[in-house]
Design a protein around this ligand. Structure first.
Ligand code: HEM
Length: 322
């Protein structure tokens, strides 16, 4: 690793929570499992080339893992009699979060090559990074530090309390990211991930279509044609988030925000403060700006609340604590 890059990683980590990034290193598995990053990339490639949406799911999975108990694979834990309501079953994750099969496949392949060496939390971080690489047509190349351990705690209420909902206003969004050591700019830049993937109608119908909102009238009518007026668990279709380039990880999201063709109150909210509005414009119009900022903010997010030493373990099965 070049000395300058090592410095950049350390600097990024220092900016995040003091405990975050502790022990994280690019190339962490070079002695214990040198093939891990290639193995994960191959698995992600297979899934994403079949269904780009799975790549969107993996990128969102990293966000949902890291904001709840830190980046510790807690989102992967299945319900058990002792813990019937883990994060996975929380409303922000169920039924919308996808990509769990990719993590299972990657973990199985990694365990076959180097048993007991690689955490599930690191597999999520590598998989999300690789999804960004493939969906950006290889433009977003992230050196992902590793060395996270897997946590043993996963609770539905933690997910509800820590993940920002789509009806948040700009101050609520900024506070929610600040609580994790991320800046307002990180929040704006990372929201750019809404340039891929989908949303269930229930995430935006009530506050964006059934209530007067600033959404572009043509876009609102298009969505009314796709969504029931009152979505329910048995009738909750999905729509693409980015109507222009739905499967490309690019800066189109920021152009959509400016055109008022975005789904959530939280997306539109970026235009309601002068500083975040300026960031939206810069990311929309300055070529290449967003790619670099996304890269740095993604690594920063992937360092939130990392567990080391006795705080965690390397799970044998990502769905169960050892
Ligand atoms: C700023 C606060 C954020 C809010 C309020 C928010 C909210 C949401 C909601 C409600 C959905 C749709 C879920 C559904 O109904 O299916 C969604 C999808 C998505 N979000 Fe966010 N999100 C935020 C930030 C982020 C961040 C930081 C990332 C990653 C860097 C991210 C990546 C995604 C992706 C990729 C999808 C599509 C998932 C798929 O297609 O499976 N979001 N988000």
């Amino acid at each position: 690793m070049a000395a300058s890059f090592r410095l950049a990683v350390v600097a990024t980590c220092l900016l995040v929570l003091a405990s975050a990034c502790q022990g994280l290193q690019v190339g962490y598995y070079k002695d214990t499992c040198p093939s891990v990053e290639a193995i994960v990339r191959d698995e992600v490639k297979k899934f994403v080339y079949k269904d780009a949406g799975i790549g969107a799911g993996l990128i969102r999975m990293l966000f949902h893992d890291c904001f709840v108990q830190g980046c510790d694979g807690s989102v992967l834990l299945d319900p058990t009699p002792a813990n019937p309501q883990p994060e996975k079953l929380s409303p922000p994750n169920f039924p919308s979060l996808r990509g769990f099969d990719v993590i299972d496949a990657a973990k199985a392949a990694v365990e076959a090559a180097c048993p007991g060496k690689v955490s599930c939390a690191d597999i999520i971080a590598f998989a999300a990074r690789d999804a960004a690489y493939f969906l950006s047509a290889f433009r977003v190349k992230i050196n992902m530090p590793a060395g996270r351990l897997d946590g043993r705690v996963s609770s539905s209420s933690d997910a509800l309390n820590n993940l920002p909902p789509p009806f948040f206003n700009v101050n609520q969004l900024i506070t929610s990211f600040a609580d994790k050591g991320l800046s307002a700019e990180d929040m704006v830049v990372l929201s750019g991930a809404h340039t891929i993937g989908r949303s269930h109608c229930s995430s935006f119908v009530s506050d964006r279509l059934n209530t007067p909102s600033d959404m572009d009238a043509g876009f609102a009518n298009f969505l009314r044609g796709r969504c029931p007026a009152n979505p329910s668990p048995s009738n909750d279709p999905t729509v693409n988030q980015d109507i222009v380039t739905p499967n490309a990880l690019d800066n189109q999201y920021f152009k959509n925000v400016l055109d008022r063709k975005v789904l959530f109150t939280s997306d539109a909210a970026l235009m309601t403060s002068p500083t975040t509005a300026q960031m939206v414009k810069d990311n929309a119009f300055i070529p290449g700006l967003w790619d670099g900022k996304f890269n740095a903010a993604f690594v920063k997010m992937a360092g939130i609340g990392v567990k080391t030493g006795f705080q965690g373990e390397i799970r044998r099965n990502c769905r169960l604590v050892n």
